[in-house]
Design a protein around this ligand. Structure first.
Ligand SMILES: [Zn+2]
Length: 346
């Protein structure tokens, strides 16, 4: 099969001929139709996220099962699937409680610790494939359906976790990023009034298109002050921080209203510190939430929402697998608004 392979840190992809994968016990092989080219995998391409080389990256796939190994009962040849990004054990307390993003035995990620979707075929443990709802037109929209597993599922989880409803004013910090834009549209879908904050004002048109009613250019005004202004001094009901450095967290805490929920999604593994008092949390009944990716149930819910036509992921750029390198240069330089994806055999 053709595969785009990373062979060393921060070097261009190499288009190589690989042997077609063969499903072993408990595994299945899917033909890949499309694979999302998000910032997460660009971190791998750029060498900022470690992988063992050589590695085929990519996890936001749309595919069709072409082979199942022994001991696989819930997948069959021809099933349309996407992939679940985390390699979870399925057996620990958290996995059994349907909270597998906290799996005690996390074995890494698809496209990072095992080969991923930048190839004609992908082999994974059978439980890493999630079947698509039948009504999804995945052959017509493989790029869009592929990115749902991350771009829609992660914000849908947050809407549930932070209990976002039509009563809420929701501020998104880092709103112009790939996930920020999707977060805006999902919060607006939940009925909330959305405020978009970013340092790149050229992203604001896309933020407004996604459903933001107010934008804050943090390169020229203080975030907390602007958020308090925009909420008549009440503060936001929900603040979702995709940047999550010391400064944004401190500013967010200053602008979080009574009953407010501060959700931390970004931060890139830095150990950020920001001052909040126990009394501030208690007297205002505030909550600080962490959220990472989504469970399989949440991915399925996101796929159902898309299948019902209530939300649709924004994919603005696609290219054939052979041109993945050029596409990743655009992702690296922040030139892609919304999401990008590679199409197999395009
Ligand atoms: Zn587990």
């Amino acid at each position: 099969m053709k595969a785009m392979v990373l062979t060393a840190p921060d070097t261009p992809f190499q288009l190589l001929d690989y042997p077609d994968p063969v499903a072993g016990e408990g595994q299945a092989v899917a033909k890949v139709l499309a694979c999302g080219a998000g910032l997460t995998i660009q971190h791998m391409r750029a060498g900022r996220m470690k992988v063992d080389y050589p590695r085929i990256i990519g996890h936001e796939i749309t595919g069709e099962i072409v082979e199942t190994g022994t001991d696989v009962s819930d997948l069959k040849v021809g099933d349309a699937v996407t992939a679940y990004y985390y390699l979870t054990c399925g057996d620990c307390t958290w996995c059994r409680a349907d909270r597998e993003t906290l799996c005690d035995n996390l074995a890494g990620n698809v496209g990072r610790d095992v080969d991923g979707g930048y190839a004609e075929y992908i082999k994974l443990p059978a439980n890493s494939f999630i079947k698509l709802p039948e009504s999804l037109e995945y052959r017509k929209y493989p790029a869009e359906i592929g990115v749902v597993t991350d771009a829609i599922a992660t914000p849908v989880k947050l809407v549930r976790k932070a209990r976002i409803s039509e009563r809420d004013t929701v501020a998104v910090i880092g709103a112009g990023g790939g996930l920020g834009i999707q977060m805006i549209s999902v919060a607006a879908w939940a009925g909330a009034r959305v405020i978009a904050a970013d340092i790149l004002s050229e992203k604001f048109e896309a933020c407004r298109d996604a459903g933001a009613g107010t934008t804050i250019d943090v390169s020229s005004v203080g975030l907390a002050e602007a958020l308090l202004d925009a909420t008549g001094g009440m503060g936001a009901d929900v603040i979702i921080d995709f940047v999550a450095n010391d400064e944004t967290l401190e500013e967010a805490a200053k602008a979080l209203g009574k009953g407010g929920r501060l959700a931390i999604l970004g931060g890139g593994g830095q150990s950020n510190v920001f001052p909040v008092s126990g009394n501030w949390i208690k007297s205002g009944e505030r909550e600080i939430l962490g959220s990472r990716y989504a469970t399989r149930s949440e991915v399925r819910e996101a796929l159902e929402i898309v299948a019902r036509g209530e939300l649709w992921p924004t994919v603005t750029e696609t290219c054939p697998l052979e041109d993945a390198e050029k596409l990743h240069q655009r992702v690296e330089n922040g030139l892609v608004t919304g999401r990008a994806a590679v199409l197999m055999n395009a």
